[in-house]
Design a protein. Sequence first.
Length: 258
Amino acid sequence: MKLWEAAAGARVFDLAQPYFVGMPHHPSHPPYIFGLTKQHGDMLTPGGNSSAADAIAMGSHVGTHIDGFGHFSCGGTLHGGVPVDGNQSYGAGLTVHAAAGIAPLVRRGVLLDFAQAGPLGEDVEITPSMMEGCGVAVREGDVVLLRTGWGRYWRDARRYINAVSGSVAGPGPGLAGAKWLSERKPVAVGSDTVAFEKVPAADMPVHVHLLFECGIHLIEALQLEELAEAGVKEFLFVGAPLKLEGATGAPMRPLAIL
């Protein structure tokens, strides 16, 4: 059977959250801005036809997106020991580890579901024992997705971001959980939260460990509710970020295919 013939009968789950004015965004990143630049009727063809157009502006880490390895540095260096100095500028962005170099992901994906009894509380740290308790084998090269249940808050930006005095609070793995994941050598890990790791965390140790130390991408703000409702734990993950030269991350629309 040809690949496209098999795909014709596949079930596809959209893992991306929608973009809309007022949508959640991390306070350290710009919001999503949208507006029509031309309405129907502003210009008409001789036959009475018209077209509408619009414009958007947003940060590269807004909505469902993937973090590039250049998103975090430590001690003046990027992943792989590349010095920050000489490899960045406000105008051109990063010259190494930029989002344009992130290859499309076509990999085995697995879902670790921690929200079967409801969304996790904001103070919950996902531990190695919790991940092992999901009963899903994580293999080298996988894309591992963690469901906290916070995806259902997406239409309520204040609840989803949960920022108190400017500090976002929410569930996710701590450093022990991050090391459990990195030991299994996935190419990427993701979650349905805005920060992936347990926050607040002043030094963002999970981001530093996975992106800077291990070269494992993070995918944030996923929509995992439908996948969980269907009882899916293993699937083909397909995701391609926008090819943004110089950017530290990029929006993507990932799919889970059965």
